[in-house]
Write a protein that binds this ligand. Structure first.
Ligand SMILES: [Zn+2]
Length: 255
């Protein structure tokens, strides 16, 4: 092997190692060419763009008042026990009763649609949904996906040119609009289950939540009503992780 070629190979290996991250809670390795700071720049920009076009519930008056408070409380509880990645957590309740959906952009920028509230039923159900969404954000699934796509280079160039608006529009597609694959869904379920237990929400509610979601059938929002992975395989994984989650939850209960 020529000296130059071996130098190139060593350099390529170093770049690949530098772009490898370990995901909190699951301990899985993942390839990501973006920094956490770049995640935050794009997520924050995309969040501002999207929520400006949405009807955000801003008042505690009326029938939605308690829900808004509960959503904010669950967010604060989950954020308090999540690994510190320099996120600036924020949640908005969007007034769309027909939309069974929630998402979380990089940096912890979350949207919960009023249409998913009847499936959640209460704070425990919300903790299932919101823990799962925080799971996608802290595992950095949005930029992970973009990293293996040719658009990664485009996004990095946009950031280099301080064009956050266009980069934000891109990350919205990857982190909120397009459905995640099976591995990312199951990883978000795993992180969400542990986070809700740490935050003092009963992890057994995750099984009940997915059973209720199952009853709604498929179709609608790709994030919450898609059948991939099937709800039964999600419940299987949750049951496998339940002893660990329950041990955390029960250690927090008054003796
Ligand atoms: Zn998901």
């Amino acid at each position: 092997m020529s000296n130059t070629l071996s130098k190139v190979l060593v350099l390529a290996l170093l770049v690949a190692l530098a772009a490898c991250q370990t995901t909190p809670i699951t301990g899985k390795y993942a390839f990501n060419v973006f920094s956490e700071e770049e995640d935050c720049q794009m997520g924050t920009e995309a969040y501002g763009q999207f929520t400006a076009e949405s009807t955000v519930i801003t008042t505690n008056l009326g029938s939605d008042g308690q829900w808004k408070k509960t959503v904010e409380q669950v967010m604060a509880d989950l954020a308090a026990v999540a690994e510190d990645q320099g996120f600036d957590y924020e949640v908005k309740l969007l007034d769309e009763d027909g939309t069974v959906n929630a998402w979380c952009l990089p940096c912890g920028k979350m949207a919960v649609y009023t249409g998913i509230l009847p499936v959640c039923q209460d704070a425990n159900g919300l903790a299932v949904v919101m823990g799962h969404e925080i799971g996608h954000a802290i595992a950095r699934h949005g930029t992970q996906r973009m990293s293996t796509d040719s658009l990664a280079q485009t996004a990095l160039e946009l950031l280099g040119n301080d064009d956050y608006e266009t980069a934000g529009a891109l990350i919205y597609q990857y982190a909120a609009a397009l459905p995640f694959g099976r591995a990312h869904e199951l990883e978000a379920d795993h992180i969400g289950l542990i986070l809700m237990a740490r935050a003092g929400y009963d992890p057994r509610e995750a099984v009940n939540f997915w059973t209720r979601m199952d009853a709604l059938g498929s179709g609608g929002s790709p994030e919450w009503l898609s059948t991939h992975p099937s709800h039964s395989s999600r419940i299987d994984q949750i049951q496998d992780l339940m002893p660990e989650a329950l041990a955390i939850y029960e250690s927090l209960q008054p003796k």
